[in-house]
Design a protein around this ligand. Structure first.
Ligand SMILES: [Zn+2]
Ligand SMILES: [Zn+2]
Length: 136
């Protein structure tokens, strides 16, 4: 089973199957949290995600949908590990850079690239991936 951990190693988790898809997001919060031009997000059903160790902090904001979006961090190193969005109640949005072996993503399709209106022009669109200016 794929396992993941935060930068300090306190927070560890496993998922019982590969993510079904990833979404690349350039929304402003993703840019802030990643300190980069956006983030990659793996969609994992909650019943396939198991926290193995570590204490968690969380922070909740209102998303563009008007519904709550909660970020979960390692309490020690503050590594963003997963996101819970009220508009997708059955899944976690897992930060796949936290997977111990990134080749878990090799056969996982990139479903969409979203908030492309925020994508700096030096970063081109992903080939053959559905493009959305905003969330939808
Ligand atoms: Zn940590
Ligand atoms: Zn985003």
């Amino acid at each position: 089973m794929p396992r993941g951990k935060c930068a300090c190693g306190d927070y560890t988790y496993e998922i019982s199957d590969k993510p079904s898809a990833t979404v690349v997001c350039h929304c402003s919060p993703c840019q802030k949290f990643a300190g980069a031009n956006g983030s990659t997000n793996a969609i994992v059903p909650k019943d396939q995600y198991k926290l193995l160790s570590g204490d968690t902090d969380s922070w909740t904001r209102e998303g563009d949908s008007g519904k709550e979006v909660t970020n979960f961090y390692c309490k020690n190193c503050k590594n963003l590990m997963r996101v819970e969005a009220a508009f997708m109640p059955d899944v976690y949005i897992v930060k796949p850079g936290t997977l111990e072996e990134v080749d878990v993503l090799n056969d996982v399709p990139v479903y969409q690239e979203i908030y492309t209106r925020n994508r700096p022009s030096c970063f081109g669109a992903l080939q053959s991936v559905d493009q959305k200016a905003g969330a939808t």
